[in-house]
Design a protein around this ligand. Structure first.
Ligand SMILES: [Mg+2]
Length: 151
């Protein structure tokens, strides 16, 4: 289903350059390593947010913006988010998919959930993808096939 080469090339780059024990073995130790890494990097992101909030407080917009934009807070958060992406991408590969396919599948889930809740007047919630290979019907068909294959 993937349409962008960037995500594929990033995923391939990670697979070609990963050096940890059990790299690309697709076994329980690798799953544990990647899961702990994702949790760890998510924690580093949360810690960076905590450090910003520790100084700025939660209601001080001027201080918050200064820490975020002028004192390196945003750079630190983006660095940690990139580390999260590394583990997320490796876990997606471990599970036989790509981050891009995850985006499409997650969008499909959320789109259906929001439609089921009737929070949007009929017809106002638009399927977001304009790529002709990612129409709602094509994604639904693809995901239905995937579900059938798992049974
Ligand atoms: Mg980090």
């Amino acid at each position: 289903m993937t349409i962008s080469r960037t995500t594929e090339e990033y995923q391939r780059f990670l697979n070609d350059t990963s050096w940890y024990t059990h790299t690309n073995e697709h076994n329980a130790p690798e799953l544990m390593y990647l899961t702990l890494g994702l949790a760890g990097e998510s924690g580093e992101f949360a810690d960076a947010v905590k450090k910003i909030i520790r100084v700025s407080g939660t209601n001080d917009d001027e201080s918050f913006k200064a820490l975020l934009l002028e004192k390196g807070g945003e750079e630190k958060l983006l660095e940690e988010l990139g580390d999260v992406l590394w583990y997320l991408t490796k876990l997606a590969d471990f599970l036989g998919t790509s981050t891009e396919d995850l985006m499409v599948e997650n969008t499909y889930k959320l789109y259906n959930r929001l439609n089921d809740r009737n929070q949007f007047p009929e017809g106002t919630l638009k399927w977001p993808f304009t790529n002709p290979f990612l129409t709602y019907d094509k994604v639904k068909e693809k995901l239905d096939v995937c579900v059938d294959e798992k049974v």
